[in-house]
Design a protein around this ligand. Structure first.
Ligand code: SF4
Length: 251
């Protein structure tokens, strides 16, 4: 029995997949996206946040059976509302053994894996193989730009994307639109070219930059240093994907 570190469990979520869902936010992420709007999800350790209501510790350990019990008690209402459970973060692949244990203990509940795709292939296969739907982030195709803006190489991400296309698990490619960084026509065309023809892909979701992203950094004792122009309008160019024969929408 393993333990997992979770920084939030959000009930009645309506933006984290089909229907009404409970979203489990796993704490810890290997990426350092300069636009991250969940800075409290990055550290793989519990931490103190200083909010308007005072200090609170973010990050709570759960045994897999404990979390599965919480989720199973909600199964009926989630099923009734055509929803399920979403594992997000942070990055669920960082705690793959724990998430897999929880998934094995779940009753009949729709499971969505929301991932950056960055992780070992075995961990990725393990979790994607136990999921009904995957939200897979694709941020930047140019390797140097990916390293610059996220702190990691995109090789493992693109490999796991190709693996996913062999697994018979439906997936949505999610592209965060960061002004002047990910939303350039050049990058969007490169993403369209990369994902075109992948088996199992349902559609591409373009996610406009969340201008409130910086709000929680100070509370976490971190500095928000976006190296892009936050105020620019994003280029939500779905046509690039449609011209490549793909279904795309602004989510
Ligand atoms: S992958 Fe997601 S959680 Fe991780 S740093 Fe980037 S935006 Fe934040």
């Amino acid at each position: 029995m393993t333990n997992g570190l979770i920084f939030d469990i959000k009930e009645f979520a309506v933006h984290d997949g089909p229907g009404i869902r409970t979203t489990v936010f796993m704490k810890g992420c290997p990426l350092r996206c300069s636009w991250c709007h969940n800075p409290e999800g990055i550290s793989p350790e519990p931490q103190v946040m200083h909010g308007p209501a005072g200090e609170r510790v973010v990050g709570k350990r759960y045994a897999s059976s404990e979390l599965a019990g919480i989720l199973n008690r909600q199964a009926e209402i989630l099923r009734t509302n055509e929803g399920g459970v979403t594992f997000s973060g942070g990055e669920p692949l960082m705690q793959a053994a724990f998430v897999a244990e929880v998934l094995d203990l779940l009753d009949d509940i729709h499971v969505l894996l929301d991932t950056s795709g960055f992780g070992g292939e075995d961990d990725f296969r393990l979790l994607a193989g136990k999921s009904d739907l995957v939200f897979f982030d694709v941020k930047l195709i140019a390797p140097a730009a990916h390293r610059r803006y996220t702190g990691v190489d995109n090789g493992p991400i693109l490999r796991n994307l190709r693996v996913l296309a062999t697994m018979n698990v439906p997936f949505v490619v999610r592209v965060p639109l960061i002004p002047g960084v990910t939303d350039t026509n050049e990058n969007l065309a490169a993403i369209a070219e990369t994902v075109r023809g992948l088996d199992g892909m349902v559609r591409v979701d373009l996610l406009p930059y969340n201008k409130a992203a910086g709000g929680k950094y100070r509370a976490c004792g971190m500095a928000f240093r976006p190296d892009f122009q936050e105020t620019l309008e994003v280029n939500a160019n779905t046509a690039i994907f449609e011209q490549a024969g793909l279904t795309a929408r602004v989510a």
